[in-house]
Design a protein around this ligand. Structure first.
Ligand code: AMP
Ligand code: MG
Length: 416
């Protein structure tokens, strides 16, 4: 077991390469209704059942024409009309226009659609207004321009969102094949913890990490299984770990710092664990542990030992455990997804050099007057401050390299 602390990026690289190494081929697959597929990971690609569009489609209400003829700007007779939902009509006779609605098939022979706002109409004749022009291809999406029948449009491993649902529906998929969600065991440790539905005695606190981690696991694409809290004794931890052994991933909260009752690492070591790292130069979350426990018939059980302070647990989950959950769920992109924002006020680094900090922040994504997202750290009393955490919507990344934290500095943020 190495006690050397890795930098944030070293630890993130180890986790990312572990996640990449997880093979999707052995994941179980199930079929779900399209309406229940949000957030699931595709196990089979979405394939075009026909050309898209399946017919040359008008993108405007107006008049289908031959652009060269309409460009002469003389009056042309209206030879017919096609509404959306009508079968392709036509062909368009020479020297004529064809009334057409958005989404309707463009008649054969036409190569453009003049917008209704760009014509002058006189009884059954129309002409292009003199200050307007039209070119072949305008306002027409030709058959197959977006996709050809049989094309793979979204690959296995993509997370299903609204756009993928719309595309699947357009291609006639009433159900999707998705990977089964990975089972993520959540083991909270600590003699001070009582369940949410119990009164706290002197020195006790409610177990907030169990429901928080369960929510984070769901958001990352996993299926949480909350185990009974383990007391701070070697025997209790040994028994609890044996219960967790059939999960796809194990999250242990608490008991990983250097305190006298931080017994998690020794318990894992007794199970024969390999430790990929046992500390990261981040704040909060420095005591984070990542490793694997060998199993007789299955691949080893990956685990994270998350520091017990709630904000440390949340930060280390999002930075390190969420990518592993996503990979176990079959996702190709496993994150974390950082975005850029501008510090709205000067920020105190307030920590030793050599640590990457992840501070609860509140980002205004739509600042008055437009402009870049503006972020500020939320005043807090350390990584147990749940009220401050609940007022934040992101973590602000203060990396080791940032020299200035003046207002206006661009920083990365991690969304909550
Ligand atoms: P530990 O990592 O076990 O040293 O715990 C660090 C701090 O987090 C202590 O103040 C604990 O009381 C607190 N803590 C540990 N586990 C939980 C939990 N499940 N829910 C809320 N707070 C916790
Ligand atoms: Mg503890």
């Amino acid at each position: 077991m190495s006690s050397e602390l890795l930098s944030y990026s070293e630890a993130a690289t180890i986790v990312a390469s572990f996640a990449r190494g997880l093979s999707r081929s052995r994941l179980a697959v199930e079929r779900v209704r399209l309406s229940n597929s949000t957030g699931r990971v595709l196990a089979e690609s979405i394939v075009a059942d026909q050309d898209q569009p399946a017919f040359a489609r008008s993108t405007r209400d107006g008049f289908a024409c031959r652009a060269a003829e309409a460009s002469a700007q003389g009056f042309l007779p209206i030879a017919g009309a096609t509404h959306a939902g009508e079968a392709p009509a036509g062909p368009l006779p020479g020297g004529a226009m064809w009334e057409i609605m958005t989404g309707a098939p463009v008649p054969a022979g036409a190569d453009a659609v003049v917008m209704i706002e760009h014509v002058e109409r006189e009884a059954e004749r129309v002409r292009l207004l003199s200050k307007r022009s039209i070119a072949a291809g305008d306002n027409v999406v030709v058959q197959g321009a977006q996709a050809r029948q049989g094309d793979e449009l979204v690959s296995a491993g993509a997370v299903v969102g609204s756009a993928q649902i719309a595309l699947a529906a357009a291609c006639g998929f009433a159900e999707l094949a998705v990977y089964k969600r990975p089972r993520v065991a959540i083991l909270t440790t600590g003699d001070e913890l009582v369940p949410v539905d119990q009164e706290t005695g002197p020195g006790q606190i409610r177990n907030s990490n169990a429901p928080m981690l369960a929510a984070l696991v769901v958001a990352a694409g996993g299926e949480p299984r909350v185990l009974p809290t383990a007391a701070d004794t070697a025997a209790a931890l040994d028994a609890a770990l044996r219960h967790a052994i059939d999960a796809d991933l194990l999250l242990i909260s608490g008991g990983v710092s250097a305190g006298k009752f931080d017994l998690v690492e020794p318990a894992l070591a007794r199970m024969g664990a390999t430790f990929h790292f046992t500390g990261v130069r981040i704040q909060p979350g420095k005591p984070l542990v990542f490793g694997e426990v060998p199993r007789r018939e299955e691949r080893p059980l990956p685990f994270f030992g998350l520091p017990g302070n709630p904000i440390s647990s949340a930060a280390t989950f999002l930075l390190f455990a969420a990518p592993v959950v996503a990979a176990l769920a079959g996702a190709t992109e496993v994150g974390p997804r950082f975005v850029s924002a501008q510090l709205s006020r000067a920020t105190d680094r307030n920590a030793k050099r050599g640590l990457t900090r992840f501070l609860p922040g509140l980002c205004d994504f739509n600042p008055e007057g437009g402009g870049l997202p503006q972020v500020a750290t939320v005043p807090w009393h350390g990584s147990g401050d749940l009220p401050a955490f609940a007022r934040s919507n992101c973590f602000v990344v203060l990396s080791e390299e940032l020299s200035s934290l003046d207002a206006g500095t661009m920083v990365r943020i991690l969304m909550l």
